[in-house]
Design a protein around this ligand. Sequence first.
Ligand code: ZN
Ligand code: ZN
Ligand code: ZN
Ligand code: ZN
Ligand code: ZN
Length: 216
Amino acid sequence: QSGGYDIDLFVETPDQDFICTVCHGVLKYPVMMSCSHIFCKKCILQWLKRQETCPCCRKDLKGSTLVLMHKLIKMIGRLKIKCKNEVHGCSVTFPLAQREEHVASCQFEMTKCPNEGCTADVLLKDLDAHNQSCQHWKQPCRMGCGTVLTRSNLDEHNCYQELKKEMNAEKETYRTTVAKLRRKIDKMQVVTMKIRRQLNLICDSLDMLDDKESSS
Ligand SMILES: [Zn+2]
Ligand SMILES: [Zn+2]
Ligand SMILES: [Zn+2]
Ligand SMILES: [Zn+2]
Ligand SMILES: [Zn+2]
């Protein structure tokens, strides 16, 4: 594995001064050796394990210090690079130093579908669309009814409809109760009428008796 950055990553071919002579990539964590040559930190450390001379000038590097080139790191950090997801359609370019920032939000990043049991690899930007058809999609009903919705029960599950059904059933019981009460009232009215008529009859006959008594 190469220690430096892949040259193809950069929008413009980087200056020769930014290239590591060990890995031929762009310097990553460049360090200067006692002979003034600069390499990626990782590259020169690996090189020194095999031989303790400079890969460029062959000078003895035994006991050489590794001086991290902060200014150079900053300069290289300002070089514009392409997104590694260019092959997936990301056309954004940005300074190398902002690479992690971009990758964290790149919509063309390949990601695993988060639904349990699904093995699909999806671009972040397509995740919503995938979710719409993912057979492993699962979610508790938003109405809080406790039902876990899946692709297979989503269409028939309709909390609003269910609520409406319940309310309609309740309305129906109220209606029958009202009708029953009405019928009872009607019956009572009939009975009251009968009693009233009987009372009237009694009154009439009492009157007749009174008349007879007074006339005799
Ligand atoms: Zn290197
Ligand atoms: Zn050297
Ligand atoms: Zn990107
Ligand atoms: Zn999925
Ligand atoms: Zn529900």
